[in-house]
Design a protein. Structure first.
Length: 201
């Protein structure tokens, strides 16, 4: 199971929180994301046959014109786009490394109803995402706080799994697009380098 699928499952709860308000897309999102990886834990994130080693990595900026973001990653990301039967599409960009085990991911979802959300609904979504992320990945949320990126609201959070992995993530809501930017790595400086490099285009 790849990091992308694990993250997809973990953000199902905040989508569900808004299901009563955004009756169509958010309900579809919750259903799709729960099915994506129902019982995944962090120990399954690193299938050795697909990973780079640390010696093979080279940090460089990656940009997505369609995603309207740029970020520095230790390698060329694997790009995946998936659309379920209800029309919900996820876009993921992942670099996974072994020795030491690390993963860096940007994923985003477009949900038109988010552009019409009230401040209270946006707060509920962003407050719920870090906790849902941790619970979905069988991890413990250790910190969460509000952040801003170019005027767009977000949350920064840290987590530790029962398998001993630790990581840090940031979630941003940019109009109707929800971004998740997550790093799992033993080197704190690499986590910060990745997260701090994320920018909107």
């Amino acid at each position: 199971m790849y990091l992308k699928s694990w993250i997809a499952a973990t953000i199902a709860v905040p989508f569900s929180l808004l299901g009563a308000v955004f009756t169509n897309y958010s309900a579809t999102a919750a259903t799709f994301l729960v099915k994506a990886a129902p019982n995944t834990t962090l120990s399954t994130l690193f299938p050795s046959s697909t990973l780079l080693t640390q010696a093979q990595t080279s940090w460089k900026e990656f940009s997505s014109s369609e995603g309207k973001f740029a970020v520095s990653m230790p390698g060329t990301p694997k790009q995946e786009t998936e659309t379920d039967d209800e029309g919900l599409t996820s876009h993921s960009f992942t670099v996974e490394i072994q020795n030491p085990d690390s993963a860096y991911l940007v994923t985003y979802y477009d949900v038109p109803e988010f552009a019409k959300a009230t401040p209270e609904q946006i707060k509920e979504l962003l407050d719920g995402t870090p906790d849902a992320f941790a619970k979905g990945g069988n991890a413990q949320l250790t910190r969460s706080e509000s952040i801003i990126l170019d005027g767009n609201p977000g949350r920064e959070f840290e987590f530790t799994s029962t398998e001993g992995f630790s990581g840090k993530g940031r979630v941003y809501l940019v109009l109707d697009r929800l971004f998740l930017v997550v790093a799992i790595a033993p080197q704190r400086q690499n986590i910060e380098r990745f997260l701090d490099s994320f920018r909107l285009l």
